[in-house]
Design a protein around this ligand. Structure first.
Ligand SMILES: C[S@@+](CC[C@H](N)C(=O)[O-])C[C@H]1O[C@@H](n2cnc3c(N)ncnc32)[C@H](O)[C@@H]1O
Length: 300
């Protein structure tokens, strides 16, 4: 062993062992998470649990099976808002839902659902577009505690003010208060919003395609992944979308360098809103090259 290992190198070794322990003991693979945010969160976990080092955290992880839920909670950042980034929801309302209206059944996969705020926001959009009764939202996450809270649909009342503003900015014409009841310091979303939402466990690192979807929404999740894991995840989304289906990645993540990018057209570059493979650049038809129209048919 070298006489003195620089702290960061030692810490990297400890981090590698911690990640290996998670994988070997609990089959949870964090090896492809972006290193900078992973180390930040592992350090925070060590502080929160009064461990003097990452190695101490690893010892607890290995010897206390109940501790793993706490670790997943600490690594997963289940932070969200209703109608977060309102322009995204406005675009879904104005550009995507009118197109989805032509399907007899609409299936939506919302990956990385945290405490459910995004799924309930989608349910409200669909309800206001008159589509909710024939829609189903699969909202998934790998954090069991986050899923439990998502199913409850109970949130601190102090969040309601910001969420109401978001709702209006997203083009809502009613009041968000129409969708919840307030009690003491909490709001509880209407049970009827849950009717077509399934909250389910799914790990984007290890699990396969979840469902065949007309819209996949995944925001503020890929930022935590390394480039190869982002590509795996984007391929998963591509494979789960029907042809002509929509992918919404939101303001912080994009499709640009993914191997599946070529099979998507861009609907809104700023909002990272895409449509799957409904149009190659042009088709040859009887010697004439026809440009493609929005619905994927030749315009001629
Ligand atoms: C910052 S929240 C984003 C919540 C919501 N999509 C939004 O934009 O408001 C990130 C979520 O991704 C989830 N997540 C992280 N890694 C995941 C994985 N490998 N599989 C499934 N979900 C994951 C976390 O548990 C967390 O709930």
């Amino acid at each position: 062993m070298p006489a003195s290992i620089p702290a960061s190198e030692l810490e990297q070794i400890e981090l590698d062992l911690f990640v290996q322990a998670l994988k070997r003991r609990y089959d949870l693979d964090f090896s492809q998470y972006a290193p900078a945010s992973l180390i930040r969160r592992v350090r925070q976990l060590a502080r929160d649990h009064r461990c003097g080092s990452i190695s101490e955290l690893t010892t607890r992880l290995l010897h206390e099976p109940d501790f793993v839920a706490m670790v997943v909670q600490g690594l997963s950042v289940p932070v969200s808002e209703m109608f977060r980034d309102p322009p995204v929801f406005r675009a879904l309302r104005e550009q995507v839902l009118p197109m989805l209206a032509s399907y007899p059944q609409i299936t939506i996969w919302q990956a990385g659902c945290a405490h459910g705020q995004e799924a309930y926001s989608l349910a409200i959009l669909l309800d206001e577009a008159g589509l909710y009764e024939r829609s189903h939202i699969f909202a998934t996450d790998f954090n069991a505690d986050a899923l439990r809270r998502a199913r409850e649909g109970i949130y601190p009342a102090r969040d309601a003010q910001l969420w109401s503003r978001n709702y209006l900015e997203a083009g809502g014409e009613r009041s968000l208060a129409d969708y919840y009841s307030a009690r003491y310091n909490f709001i509880k979303l209407d049970q009827r919003l849950c009717r077509h939402i399934t909250f389910a466990s799914h790990n984007l690192v290890a699990d396969k395609v979840f469902c065949e979807a007309h819209l996949v929404l995944c925001r503020n999740v890929l930022i935590y992944f390394s480039a190869p894991l982002q590509n795996r995840t984007l391929t998963l989304f591509h494979d789960s979308l029907v042809r002509g289906g929509y992918l919404c990645l939101g303001l912080r993540e994009g499709l640009d360098f993914s191997p599946v990018a070529a099979d998507f057209s861009v609907l809104d570059a700023a909002l990272r809103l895409y449509r799957r493979g409904h149009r190659p650049p042009s088709i040859e038809f009887g010697g004439t090259v026809l440009p493609f129209t929005q619905d994927g048919t030749g315009s001629g």
